[in-house]
Design a protein around this ligand. Structure first.
Ligand SMILES: C[S@@+](CC[C@H](N)C(=O)[O-])C[C@H]1O[C@@H](n2cnc3c(N)ncnc32)[C@H](O)[C@@H]1O
Length: 215
């Protein structure tokens, strides 16, 4: 299912802040080196959306779950102040080695700390205090319920969590879609909506993006 009419896709891309050379080259290298995985990378308009959200929330401390080759991490880190920090979580040394090169090129190496390992372990090892201002969740879908819970309890009041792929190309409303990722995404969508700690909205941006603000 197309979430947005495909005829509008190019128009949407053309009317978000343009990608600079760093992001354009990163998208191109990812497409060339990892053609079978390019759909994992967020698009230019979603990247511009992330940068805008980070700036709007005035975030200084951010967490990303699912870094891949670094597109979203660059967009998030660029919205932080110079002394801000993004903790980027992923399991892949190989894919994030590309991210590291582009962080360097973007002048963001000081602002991003990569933590390799299962994100559930990385998040659980973080201090329990409410210190996170902004989080982006875009990793294995079955992990979303755990990632959400570990982050929301560490999110400062007024902080924002962004969850990606919450519509799963429309599978959320297809009763025959019953794999583990489908079940986990339906679970997290219901959990967020009923969670009294937060206010939220699910937007038809790309594959579905939920914005969750802690009260
Ligand atoms: C959809 S991609 C992220 C795309 C990225 N946000 C971007 O804009 O390019 C998902 C990433 O989650 C990572 N991942 C999968 N399982 C994970 C886990 N248990 N813990 C941490 N990262 C995981 C994968 O290695 C992959 O890089």
């Amino acid at each position: 299912m197309d979430i947005v009419n495909p005829a509008l896709n190019d128009y949407l891309i053309a009317h978000a802040t343009p990608a600079d050379d760093v992001l354009r080259d990163l998208a191109e290298e990812t497409r060339r080196a990892l053609p079978g995985h390019i759909s994992m990378q967020i698009t230019q308009d979603e990247g511009a959306f992330l940068t805008l959200l980070v700036r709007l929330t005035g975030a200084r401390t951010a967490v990303e779950v699912g870094t891949f080759t670094g597109y979203s991490s660059i967009c998030i880190a660029r919205g932080l102040p110079a002394d801000g920090q993004l903790i980027a979580c992923d399991v892949s040394e190989e894919w994030t080695s590309i991210a590291r090169r582009y962080w360097d090129r973007a002048g963001l190496t000081d602002r991003i700390e990569l933590r390799i390992g299962p994100a559930a372990d990385t998040l659980r090892a973080m201090p329990p205090q409410e210190t996170i201002d902004f989080a982006f969740i875009d990793a294995d879908k079955v992990g979303y319920p755990v990632y959400y819970e570990e982050i929301v309890r560490r999110l400062r009041p007024g902080g924002l969590i962004v969850l990606d792929n919450v519509l799963r190309s429309g599978r959320v409303v297809d009763p025959s879609a019953q794999d583990a990722a489908d079940l986990a995404i339906r679970q997290i969508n219901d959990t967020v909506t009923a969670d009294p700690r937060v206010e939220s909205v699910l937007l038809p941006v790309r594959d579905g993006v939920t914005l969750v603000r802690k009260r």
